[in-house]
Structure formats: structure tokens, C-alpha cells
Design a protein around this ligand. Structure first.
Ligand code: ADP
Length: 242
């Protein structure tokens, strides 16, 4: 029997585009000291590099379809080999198909790592198109903002580093609808794959702080590391004060 690495902590965030996976991955990363890996960001980086592969990937992204499993699996396998992932990571946007989920399990088993804890973000489809159309990202650090409120519509630079905020090329209604269709196509099967594992469904319509609290509390209950228990306690206190 392979010996699993008790201190490895892999978190998988499942959910439709716009359900808040990126925001929560950033928060969990800060709390847990584990890297947040967004497969969308990895792909966009490849596109910006101007490589032949990047040009190919860009046209897939702009169509709202999914990149092929083999390519995606290879990109993730390479990223997980990097040193900062040895103790675990937060996976945002991967796996999106059962073939990817199987590949991830094989990868973790081969390197004697424990299976991931999986969170599915539940949110009604109507809310997603509106959320994604309002989304802006920092062109430099990738922070995510919503220009939902009237007062925000003039928001054009990042609160953190002052760089310009941009709209992602795939955050337009036509492409958003295709991304949602792609999600629908794979979601049920993927949840079916994980349902009997360490799987938790989260209500993602609530404010981001409430979602973070639930994630941290569930992780604290499942992993019971002192740092996590502290983080969950701090989150709950902050939540009570708000
Ligand atoms: P979102 O979750 O909002 O769609 P992402 O930034 O996670 O945004 O992904 C953007 C695009 O990158 C997707 O529409 C898809 O084309 C591609 N992509 C990201 N992750 C995967 C994956 N695991 N498998 C296949 N394609 C992916």
C-alpha cells in the first residue's frame, strides 16, 4: 500500500464560471499558505507568451470551449511538480472533466499524496451571466473586482497596485453562455465522480466572506491542523463582528 503524505493538502474547487472560485482560491491560499493554481490563468499566461501553442489556446478560450484533456493534464502535471506544490495547493478550474479527475487521482497516488478535498460551488445560472459581465481583473496582479455598483462603474484601476483593470476577452455574453453550456455538459458526471469522496457542496450565492468562513470551517473540521483551526476561529469572529 502506498504511504500517503499526511501533511499534503490538495483542495479542488468545482463550480460554474463566475461562481467565485478564483476569489475563494486567493483567500484560501493566503490563509493556508498554499499556492492557488488557476488553470485559466496558466492558459492565459501561455497565450501572452505569444508561442504557437498560446495562439492555438487563445482561439479555444475565445470560443468558450474547453482545452483538450491531454494538454490540460500535461500543463497541470508540470505545475504540480514545482516545489511550491509539494505540500499541496488549491486547484481552481481543474479538473473540469472526469478524465481530468481520474488523471489527478493517478498523479496524486503516484506521488504518494492524499486525495483532494472537493468543494462544489452551487449558484443559480441566472446570476452568473450578470456576475461575469460585471467582472474586471487587474492586468498586473490578476485580482478580481466587480463593477456592480453605480459608484464602481468609474473603477478603472486595481485597488492593490494601481494597474489598469481589464475585462477578460471571454467575459462577453456570447462566450459566457458557451462556457456555461460546457460546464453543464460536464458538471453532473464530475460531481458523480467525487460525490462518494471528500466532497462538500457550498452555497455560493452568499457574500464572499461567508463563503470563505464555510470553506475554512469545513477544512478545519477535516484537516484539524492548528493553523487552520486558528484561521477558522479568526474568520468566524470577524464574521460575527461584521
Ligand atoms: P471560468 O471558470 O470563469 O470559465 P477560467 O479562467 O477558469 O474561467 O477558464 C477560462 C478558460 O480556460 C475556459 O473557458 C477554458 O477554455 C479554459 N480552461 C480552464 N481550465 C480548464 C480545464 N481544466 N480544462 C479545459 N479547459 C480549461
Amino acid at each position: 500500500m502506498p504511504r500517503t503524505h499526511a501533511r499534503c493538502q490538495f483542495v479542488v474547487l468545482l463550480g460554474p464560471p463566475g461562481s467565485g472560485k478564483g476569489t475563494q482560491a486567493g483567500r484560501l491560499s493566503a490563509e493556508l499558505g498554499l499556492p492557488a493554481i488557476s488553470t485559466g490563468d496558466l492558459l492565459r499566461r501561455e497565450c501572452r507568451s505569444g508561442s504557437a501553442l498560446g495562439r492555438q489556446v487563445q482561439s479555444v478560450l475565445d470560443s468558450g470551449q474547453l482545452v483538450g484533456d491531454d494538454l490540460m493534464n500535461q500543463v497541470v502535471a508540470n505545475r504540480l511538480l514545482e516545489r511550491d506544490c509539494h505540500a499541496g495547493c488549491i486547484l481552481d478550474g481543474y479538473p473540469r472533466t472526469v478524465a481530468q479527475a481520474r488523471f489527478l487521482d493517478t498523479l496524486l497516488t503516484r506521488s504518494q499524496k492524499s486525495k483532494p478535498i472537493v468543494f462544489e460551488f452551487g449558484i443559480p445560472a441566472e446570476e452568473l451571466v450578470a456576475r461575469l459581465s460585471r467582472r474586471r481583473v487587474c492586468s498586473e496582479c490578476g485580482s478580481i473586482f466587480s463593477i456592480g455598483q453605480e459608484s464602481d462603474s468609474a473603477k478603472t484601476v486595481c485597488e492593490r497596485d494601481g494597474s489598469p483593470l481589464v475585462q477578460r476577452s471571454d467575459d462577453h455574453p456570447e462566450t459566457i453562455r458557451e462556457r456555461l453550456r460546457q460546464h453543464e455538459r460536464n458538471a453532473a458526471e464530475l460531481v458523480g465522480y467525487y460525490r462518494n469522496q471528500d466532497y462538500h457542496r457550498i452555497c455560493a450565492t452568499r457574500p464572499p466572506e461567508h463563503v470563505s468562513d464555510e470553506l475554512l470551517n469545513t477544512l478545519a473540521a477535516n484537516w484539524s491542523t492548528p493553523a487552520l483551526t486558528r484561521a477558522a476561529a479568526v474568520a468566524s469572529r470577524a464574521h460575527l463582528r461584521a
